[in-house]
Design a protein around this ligand. Structure first.
Ligand SMILES: [Zn+2]
Length: 299
């Protein structure tokens, strides 16, 4: 399936770097380059995109943003890039760059890309999951990306999933979340969450890579942390699979590079869902760090 009728400039914007490329209708990635993200200066942010695109005035620009874009109001919400938080970035960039600009959530772009050209090809219902610094997600239903009210669809990592029972706070890892609630999967699900969980569970400070390496080696403390981690993540994902009918969950982000962890998570989810299946549900991303760019082209 072609991504678009024409080539599209795509920018996958992260809190540290902008990954930029020209994506052809066949998914070919050209002119790829990386530059630092100006996070606090909208003029500098705009200028970089202007410089990257100004030799080709008629090509649209599609952006994968680490945050939300309200589909009704156009307002973007992103914690990592304060200079574009609370504004209609597509409108502002469209006027300044004098071209069509579309913006999508980066997890949505990831899910779309993996559905069209990656690990979820051939599936109609896909829940893309990001296990990065934090967790994120996007949902394709019937082959179409679901944006939903507020642009929040697919965010399986938020809601007070880990129970907060009065008087038992020290027995359950019920941490405060950036969304304002307590006990969200996001508080333990990404790399920072795994580290927080390990510090809570084993009174030991270690980075996520060290924890996973120790788990691979059968370290008792790391096994204790991973048991809690896999229990909560698989429970939330099993619920998400039952609700959405997703038949595959392509996984991206740094933690998803750990094959053993993904396989353990997949096995745990398949034990908990209602529909028995022999096929893996959680699979590693096939497009890797190009998924954001390819998905942005398809917006
Ligand atoms: Zn939350």
């Amino acid at each position: 399936m072609p991504l678009a009728q024409t080539a599209i400039f795509c920018a996958d914007i992260g809190g540290s770097f902008i990954d930029f490329a020209l994506i052809g209708p066949d998914g070919h990635i050209g002119m790829r380059q990386k530059c630092r993200t100006p996070t606090r200066d909208l003029d500098a942010f705009t200028k970089i995109l202007m410089t990257l695109t100004d030799h080709q005035p008629h090509i649209p620009l599609h952006i994968a943003l680490p945050g939300l874009r309200d589909p009704q109001k156009g307002i973007c919400t992103t914690a990592n890039i304060p200079c574009v938080n609370g504004i209609d970035l597509a409108k502002i960039l469209g006027e300044r760059l004098n071209r069509n600009v579309k913006i999508g959530n980066d997890a949505d772009c990831f899910t779309l890309a993996e559905t069209l050209h990656g690990a979820a090809r051939g599936h109609r219902n896909v829940l893309g999951i990001i296990l990065g610094t934090g967790v994120g997600g996007g949902l394709v239903l019937g082959g179409e990306l679901v944006i939903g009210a507020g642009g929040l669809t697919g965010e399986w990592g938020h809601a007070p999933f880990i129970p907060s029972i009065p008087g038992t706070e020290d027995k359950i890892p019920c941490f405060p979340c950036g969304c304002g609630q307590r006990g969200c999967i996001d508080t333990i699900g990404g790399a920072r969450g795994l580290e927080r969980l390990h510090a809570w569970s084993c009174k030991e400070t270690a980075d996520s890579r060290t924890i996973l390496t120790a788990w691979h080696a059968g370290d008792e403390k790391a096994c204790q942390t991973l048991a809690i981690y896999l229990h909560y993540l698989s429970s939330a994902l099993a619920l998400a699979v039952n609700i959405t009918g997703a038949t595959i969950l392509p996984a991206g982000g740094g933690l998803a590079n750990d094959e053993k962890m993904l396989a353990a998570l997949d096995a745990a989810v398949r034990e908990k869902i209602l529909r028995p299946t022999e096929n893996p549900l959680i699979v590693a991303s096939q497009l890797g760090n190009a998924a954001g760019l390819i998905g942005a082209a398809a917006l």
